[in-house]
Design a protein around this ligand. Structure first.
Ligand SMILES: *[C@@H]1O[C@H](CO)[C@@H](O)[C@H](O)[C@H]1NC(C)=O
Ligand SMILES: *[C@@H]1O[C@H](CO)[C@@H](O)[C@H](O)[C@H]1NC(C)=O
Ligand SMILES: *[C@@H]1O[C@H](CO)[C@@H](O)[C@H](O)[C@H]1NC(C)=O
Ligand SMILES: *[C@@H]1O[C@H](CO)[C@@H](O)[C@H](O)[C@H]1NC(C)=O
Ligand SMILES: *[C@@H]1O[C@H](CO)[C@@H](O)[C@H](O)[C@H]1NC(C)=O
Length: 459
C-alpha cells in the first residue's frame, strides 16, 4: 500500500510541477500584457491631450529660405512679434527643457492664460519698437492692443440647445453648420435658412427611397460680433433680438465685428461647441456668401462615419481647400497685409476659410490647444497654427471651390452636383441655384463628386 502511494506521489509531482509552472507563467504574461495595454490606452482616452511639440524654425523650408548663419541661433524669426510671443509659449512645452509640463495632462485654463500673459510681458515690455507702435498700420496696432483678450461675453445664443433644429431629432446630429456672418447681412442669412442651411432631417443626395436611413440631422448657427452703433448710425440690437427669438440660430459675442477679429469667432465657437454640442459628429464652418451642396455633403460624411476605425481617423479629420507653403502678404494696402515685424516665415498648411468641414472630436481638441496659441489676425491661418500643434493635417478635396469654377465648367449640366462648396454667391444666386439643384435632382442623381485624385470633373 505504501509503495503504491509513493508511486502515485511521484507521478503526481512529475505531471503537476510543469503544469503549475506553466499556469504561473501564463498568469504573469497576462498581467504584464494587461498593464502594458492600459498604459498605452490611457493617454488617448478622449483624444484631447495628445499634443505635438513645435520647435522654432519648423516652418522653414530650405528650398526657399537661406540657412541661418549660426546653427546655434535659437530663433530664426527673432524680431517678429508673433513668432517671439509664440516661441516663449512653445518653449514651455518643449519636452527636453520642461519634461514636467509635457507630462501634465489636463491643465487649467488659468494656467494657459497666465502663460500667454507672461509671454506678453516678457516680449512687449522689452521691445521698445512695439511699445511705440508707430511704423505698423492702424489695424495691426488695434489688433496687438487686444490680442490677449478672449473673454467676450455672449449676447445671444440658441436657448440651451446646440443650434436651430435641435428640437425634433431622434438621434445625435450629423452636422452643425456654423456660418460667419455680420449684423448687416440679414439677406444672406435668410437665403441660407431657406436653402442649403435648412435645419432638420436632410436626405442623401440621391433620390433614395431608403427614407430616414439615408440622411442625417443638420443644425445651424450663425456666428456674429457687434457692429459699432455709433459708426453705423443705427442700433441693430433690437432687430437681432427679434431674429434670434424667431429662428434660434444666432450666436453673438460682444466684440467688434472686424476682419482682424474673425479669429475670435473660431476660438469662442470652439469653446461654445465644447460646452453645448458634445454629440455632434461634424462641423461645417464657413462664410455667409458661399453655396453648399448639403445633400452631397451629408452623403460624403456618412460614408466617412461608416469607414472602419472611423473614431481614430475622425480625431484628426478636417477637409477643405488646402493651401500649402503660403507666405504672408506684404502688400501694404491688402486686406491680408501682415508686416514682417509681426510675423515672419511661411504659414502652416491650412484649409481656406471660405468653407471647411471638421469632426466634432477635432473641434474639442482645437478648443484645448487654442488656449496656448496666441491669436493671429487671419482666422484660417490661425486654425492651421493650431492644427500643426495637434500634429493633424487638413485633407484637400477639389470639390471645395473657394476660388469658383475653373474656366467654363460652371455652365455644364450637373456642374453643381459635382461640388461640395463654391465661393462666392449672392443671396439671390443662392436661391436660384438651390431651385435649379432640386429641379435637376433626378437627372443628375448619379454624378460623382469632383475627383480628389485627378483633380478633374467626372460628368
Ligand atoms: C518635475 O517633477 C519632479 C517630481 O514630480 C520634481 O522632483 C522636479 O523638481 C520637477 N522639475 C521641475 C523642473 O519642475
Ligand atoms: C442698443 O440697443 C440695446 C437694446 O435696446 C441697448 O441695450 C444698447 O445699450 C443699445 N446700444 C447703444 C450703443 O445705444
Ligand atoms: C476687436 O474687438 C474688440 C472688442 O470690441 C475691440 O476693442 C478691438 O478694437 C477689435 N479689434 C480689431 C482689430 O478691430
Ligand atoms: C505702402 O508702401 C508704399 C511703397 O512700398 C509706401 O510708399 C507707402 O508709404 C506704404 N504705406 C503705408 C501706409 O505704410
Ligand atoms: C431615381 O432615379 C432613377 C434615375 O433617374 C429612376 O430610374 C428611379 O425611378 C428614381 N427612383 C425614385 C424612387 O424616384
Amino acid at each position: 500500500m505504501a509503495r503504491c502511494y509513493c508511486r502515485w506521489r511521484n507521478v503526481l509531482i512529475c505531471v503537476c510541477t510543469p503544469c503549475i509552472c506553466m499556469a504561473l507563467l501564463f498568469i504573469y504574461v497576462a498581467v504584464m500584457l494587461c498593464t502594458a495595454m492600459n498604459n498605452t490606452a490611457t493617454p488617448g482616452a478622449y483624444g484631447l491631450e495628445i499634443t505635438h511639440f513645435v520647435a522654432s524654425g519648423y516652418l522653414r523650408k530650405n528650398t526657399f529660405a537661406p540657412l541661418p548663419k549660426t546653427f546655434w541661433g535659437i530663433s530664426p524669426y527673432g524680431d517678429a512679434l508673433w513668432n517671439r510671443l509664440q516661441l516663449t509659449v512653445d518653449r514651455h512645452f518643449n519636452p527636453i527643457l520642461h519634461p514636467n509640463n509635457t507630462k501634465r495632462r489636463v491643465e487649467s485654463s488659468t494656467f494657459h492664460e497666465s502663460l500667454l500673459k507672461q509671454s506678453f510681458s516678457e516680449v512687449i515690455d522689452l521691445d521698445s519698437k512695439w511699445r511705440k507702435f508707430d511704423t505698423v498700420p492702424q489695424l495691426m496696432q488695434e489688433f496687438v492692443k487686444h490680442m490677449q483678450r478672449r473673454d467676450y461675453p455672449i449676447l445671444f445664443q440658441p436657448d440651451g440647445l446646440c443650434g436651430a433644429g435641435a428640437k425634433y431629432e431622434k438621434g445625435p446630429p450629423l452636422l452643425l453648420l456654423a456660418i460667419k456672418t455680420s449684423e448687416l447681412n440679414f439677406k444672406n442669412r435668410q437665403a441660407i435658412r431657406q436653402t442649403w442651411g435648412r435645419e432638420g432631417w436632410v436626405r442623401k443626395g440621391r433620390n433614395s427611397t431608403a427614407g430616414e436611413e439615408g440622411g442625417g440631422y443638420v443644425r445651424r448657427v450663425f456666428l456674429l460680433g457687434k457692429e459699432d452703433p455709433a459708426e453705423l448710425g443705427v442700433n441693430l440690437s433690437d432687430l437681432l433680438e427679434i431674429e434670434s427669438k424667431r429662428y434660434g440660430d444666432i450666436l453673438q459675442w460682444d466684440f467688434r465685428d472686424t476682419f482682424f477679429n474673425l479669429t475670435l469667432k473660431d476660438v469662442l465657437f470652439w469653446s461654445w461647441f465644447s460646452r453645448s454640442c458634445g454629440q455632434t459628429h461634424f462641423v461645417f464652418k464657413g462664410d455667409d456668401d458661399v453655396f453648399v451642396n448639403t445633400p452631397k455633403l451629408i452623403t460624403y460624411l456618412q460614408e466617412k462615419l461608416k469607414q472602419p476605425q472611423a473614431q481614430e481617423t475622425l480625431k484628426d479629420f478636417m477637409i477643405g481647400d488646402v493651401i500649402g507653403a503660403a507666405l504672408p502678404s506684404r502688400v501694404n494696402n491688402s486686406k491680408y497685409f501682415i508686416p514682417d515685424s509681426f510675423y515672419k516665415g511661411f504659414y502652416p498648411t491650412y484649409a481656406g476659410g471660405g468653407g471647411v468641414v471638421y469632426s466634432g472630436l477635432l473641434t474639442k481638441r482645437l478648443h484645448s490647444i487654442s488656449k496656448r496659441v496666441h491669436l493671429f489676425p487671419i482666422d484660417d491661418v490661425y486654425v492651421g497654427m493650431c492644427m500643426i500643434r495637434l500634429n493633424a493635417h487638413p485633407i484637400h478635396h477639389p470639390a471645395f471651390l473657394t476660388f469658383d469654377f475653373p474656366g467654363k465648367e460652371e455652365e455644364k449640366m450637373c456642374s453643381y452636383h459635382t461640388i461640395l462648396l463654391v465661393h462666392k454667391r449672392s443671396p439671390s444666386q443662392v436661391l436660384k441655384l438651390w431651385a435649379d439643384m432640386e429641379e435637376t435632382q433626378t437627372k443628375c442623381w448619379n454624378v460623382t463628386l469632383r475627383d480628389p485624385v485627378n483633380n478633374g470633373n467626372k460628368l
